[in-house]
Design a protein around this ligand. Structure first.
Ligand code: WT7
Length: 652
């Protein structure tokens, strides 16, 4: 167990409740719970105060405006995300401070360190190169990069010139990339030749090549990372290092209106088609900045490590914009937690003296399996705050994280939020607590949340219900889905109207107001921290020529949280086989990526359906989970349930 300063103390009465101790409170930005009441009484002033800490080229004229479906923050204000992430600190004399540490996967390879001044130069050079390629304000730029410094540089360069980035997770397939590039109409794509995974170079550029035919992408910038041989299409493809060579290190940041689009990030909805979540500049900047600062209690000398991939919102907000706007050092790690051995994450914490570590429950459960002998080999005493995000954390994983990584010294800040909210919304702040396994905490000051029933009425404390957000909506909340106003309104504001944002999560609140998230209430899964609709996996599987019908449901999994389980009806004459299973997995890899692979594929003759022919996924879900199936009498084909019980080995 690591020795170091203690930041928490146990509650004298309640088992597994922890509170910040005096050291933690003294050091915290906020430790007096009155901040919650004060912010609740006047959320607009609360957020305006947070906004004051950033640089604005022009001050806003109105803090918040709300019209049905269209709310605005900081109207009339002008700012730039990249200026606030970088220039602001250089101007304040912090140019020589380390902004970014890059840890490559090969443990013997030297990493890269960029000071704020150097980051400014790199970002400006790329920004100028992009301009030269014809990228202008409002244009979309795709980013399909592994975890290399250029991923951060690219996002920063794009927003610097007022263009809009859309980052696509590098483990997504060519087809997934194509869909997203087509949907947002990207003009330029920034990618890499490849990257390292478990010691081997993995090609990436060939995926981009397959993705781009038929899209509007005119230019491709290619970062040289793995050194693997890649074909370059003349007239379209340019090496990144050549494009920035000789480019000017000065590029004035574009003054953006607070409500100008900053980026689009695709995420899974309940249908097969991913949704382009739109985040604007001012509200997102303030929300990302303020939550990074308070959730992790960021101070001058912090080394902040968020283990997410840049392809997810967590990477956008808590690797890139949030920590950099706070002027701390952010760590970017290229690889996996099990290379060269199960101790890699802990070795990196020791090596770089990491103070804040932010990861996902699925990762913690993996470490639990590998055993505490791995973290025990390393000095983790620099750690001060531990964070988790992405799914409800089970008590066992929480306690393991608390004891074996935090040495019983560090608070665990369990942050609830979504791609849509842009930044965290519910958590226990380090100077405030309480830190309780499986309980996220209170809504961040200035954010209003409630647990309601199907009619939109608040339920009693302790009762289960649906988590909603109330106006004024969080500054970072999405402003729309790219190109689909109807879907935006239908997905988030149809259940309760435009006055309540529906999170699609179930939750309950204790007497003190702490929120426990119980999980999604729609057909969206959380597979090893990756958000995925059952419909997406279904769409992928139906692409196979021999498949006639598919139903995918989720099943809880000890490590991954949830996994997809597929029920397949084959076309006449097609025979089930292991070979076919392998082909089907390949189909999923091609259309989405390996994260979406079903853990189990059942070839069946029929699936339960309603009289109108809708597949009863509820019944399938109960079957794979070994839960009571309920009344099936109203089904069109109740006999199918008996067959399925046999197929899945159901025991009730
Ligand atoms: C969904 C959003 C936002 C970062 C990563 C996930 C679940 C997220 C928690 C948490 C319980 C959580 C919710 C949410 N979720 N954080 N701390 N406790 N559940 O973003 O992919 O947009 O998924 O993740 O179900 O709706 P995402």
């Amino acid at each position: 167990m690591s020795k170091g300063e203690k930041w928490v103390q146990p509650d004298p009465e309640r088992t597994n409740w922890y509170w910040p101790n005096e050291t933690a409170k003294a050091r915290a930005w906020v430790s007096d719970p009155a901040v919650y009441e004060k912010a609740a009484a006047d959320p607009e002033s609360f957020w305006a105060e947070r906004a004051e800490e950033l640089d604005w080229f022009e001050r806003w004229s109105k803090v918040y405006e709300d019209a049905p479906y269209e709310f605005k923050w900081f109207s009339g204000g002008k700012l730039n995300l990249s200026h606030n992430s970088i220039d602001r600190h250089v101007k304040a004399g912090k140019g020589d401070k380390i902004a970014l540490i890059w840890e490559p996967e090969p443990a013997d390879e030297e990493g890269r360190v960029l000071t704020y001044k150097e980051l400014l130069a790199e970002v400006s050079k790329l920004a100028n190169a992009l301009k030269q390629m014809g990228v202008a304000k409002g244009d979309r730029v795709g980013i399909y990069l592994p975890m290399v410094p250029e991923a951060i540089i690219a996002m920063q360069a794009v927003v610097r010139i007022g263009a809009v980035h859309s980052v696509v997770f590098s483990a997504f397939s060519a087809e997934a990339l194509r869909d997203r590039m087509l949907d947002c109409g990207a003009k330029v794509l920034i990618t890499a030749d490849g990257y390292y995974r478990r010691g081997k170079p993995i090609p990436l550029k060939p995926n981009a090549d397959r993705a781009l035919a038929g899209t509007q992408v005119q230019k491709v910038l290619v970062v040289k990372r793995s050194g693997s041989d890649v074909p370059m299409e003349s007239g379209r493809d340019v090496w990144y290092h050549e494009a920035v060579k000789g480019a000017s290190e000065t590029c004035p940041p574009e003054p953006m209106d607070a409500e100008d689009l900053a980026f689009i990030l695709y995420t899974s909805g309940t249908t097969g088609k991913p949704k382009g979540v739109m985040h604007t500049t001012g509200g997102y900047a303030v929300h990302a900045y303020a939550t990074s600062k308070w959730d992790f209690n960021l101070h001058e000398n912090d080394i902040h490590w968020c283990t997410a991939d840049v392809g997810w919102i967590t990477g956008h907000t808590y690797i890139n914009y949030g920590p950099l706007m706070n002027g701390v050092t952010t760590l970017v790690y290229e690889g996996t937690p099990d290379y060269p051995d199960f101790g890699r994450m802990w070795q990196v914490i020791e090596k770089h003296k990491v103070t804040v570590y932010y990861t996902a429950p699925t990762a913690i459960r993996m470490h639990v399996k590998w055993g505490e002998e791995w973290p025990e080999k390393y000095n983790l005493s620099t750690l001060r705050v531990l964070g988790t995000v992405g799914e409800p954390i089970n008590e066992e994983a929480w306690l393991w994280y608390f004891n074996h990584i935090g040495g019983g010294r560090c608070p665990i800040v369990d942050t609830w939020w979504q791609t849509e909210t842009g930044a965290t919304c519910v958590q226990a702040l380090p100077g405030m607590g309480p830190f309780i396994p499986t309980v996220a905490g209170r809504p961040f000051p200035g954010i209003r949340a409630a647990i309601v029933d199907a009619g939109g009425n608040e339920v009693a404390r302790g009762e289960g219900g649906y988590l909603v957000l109330q106006p004024p909506f969080p500054p970072g909340l999405l402003r729309g889905l790219y190109g689909d106003v109807e879907k935006y309104r239908g997905t988030y504001f149809s259940e309760y109207g435009p006055g309540l944002y529906f999170t699609r999560d179930g939750a309950r609140m204790d007497e003190m107001g702490n929120i426990r998230i119980t999980g999604r209430v729609d057909d969206v899964m959380n597979v090893a921290g990756h958000r995925l609709a059952t419909a997406e996996v279904e769409d992928a599987l139906t692409q196979h020529a021999l498949v006639s019908e598919v139903a995918v449901v989720s099943r809880p999994d000890e490590v991954k949280g949830e996994v997809p389980i597929a029920f397949l009806l084959l076309k006449k004459g097609a025979q089930p086989s292991d070979g076919l299973k392998k082909e089907l997995i390949k189909t999923v890899d091609q259309h989405i990526g390996p994260t979406a692979r079903p853990a189990e594929i059942y070839f069946v003759d029929d699936v339960p359906k309603t009289r109108s022919g809708k597949i009863m996924r509820r019944v399938l879900k109960a079957l794979v989970r070994g839960e009571p199936v309920g009344d099936v009498a109203t089904l069109r084909n109740p006999e199918s349930v008996e067959e399925l019980k046999q197929a899945v080995g159901y025991k009730s």
